[in-house]
Design a protein around this ligand. Structure first.
Ligand code: HEC
Length: 111
C-alpha cells in the first residue's frame, strides 16, 4: 500500500517538473544576471546606455551590424581599443559566459 502511494507522489512530481521545464530558461536567466552584475553599471539595466559613463546603448543599429565575433571580441578583450576596463576575459568572465552575453544582447536587439 505504502509503496504504491510513494510511486504516485513520485509520478506526480515527475509530471510537474515536466510541465514546468519549458518555462524555465536557466541560460537566459544566467546571462541576464551576468549582465546586471558586470555590464549594467555602464550600459544601463536595460542596455539603454549611460551618457555619463560614455557607454553606448547596446540596443542599436551599430550593435545589430556587429558580427558575433565582433561582439565576442568587444566583450572579451575590449576589441580594437583594447580597453583594459572592457577586457572581461581577464576579469573572471569565461568564454561560455561571453557567448551567453552575446546571445543576450542579440535577444535584446530583437525586441
Ligand atoms: C566600465 C564601464 C563599462 C562596463 C562595466 C562595460 N562596458 Fe561595454 N562599453 C563601455 C564603453 C565606454 C564602450 C564604448 C567604447 C568602446 O568601444 O570601448 C563600450 C562598448 C561596448 C560594446 C560595443 C558597442 C558599440 O556600439 O560599439 C559592447 C557590445 C559592450 N560594450 C558590451 C558590454 C558587456 C556585455 C559588458 C558586460 C560584460 C560591458 N560592455 C561592460 C563601457 C563599459
Amino acid at each position: 500500500m505504502k509503496t504504491s502511494r510513494l510511486f504516485f507522489v513520485i509520478a506526480l512530481i515527475a509530471v510537474g517538473l515536466f510541465l514546468l521545464a519549458p518555462g524555465l530558461s536557466f541560460a537566459d536567466d544566467a546571462a541576464a544576471g551576468l549582465f546586471k552584475t558586470k555590464c549594467s553599471t555602464c550600459h544601463g539595466a536595460n542596455a539603454e546606455g549611460k551618457p555619463a559613463m560614455h557607454a553606448p546603448g547596446l540596443v542599436s543599429d551599430e550593435v545589430k551590424k556587429m558580427s558575433d565575433g565582433d561582439l565576442t571580441g568587444q566583450i572579451a578583450d575590449g576589441a580594437k581599443s583594447k580597453k583594459a576596463s572592457h577586457a572581461f576575459s581577464q576579469k573572471g568572465v569565461s568564454a561560455d559566459q561571453v557567448k551567453s552575453l552575446v546571445g543576450y544582447i542579440r535577444e535584446l536587439n530583437k525586441k
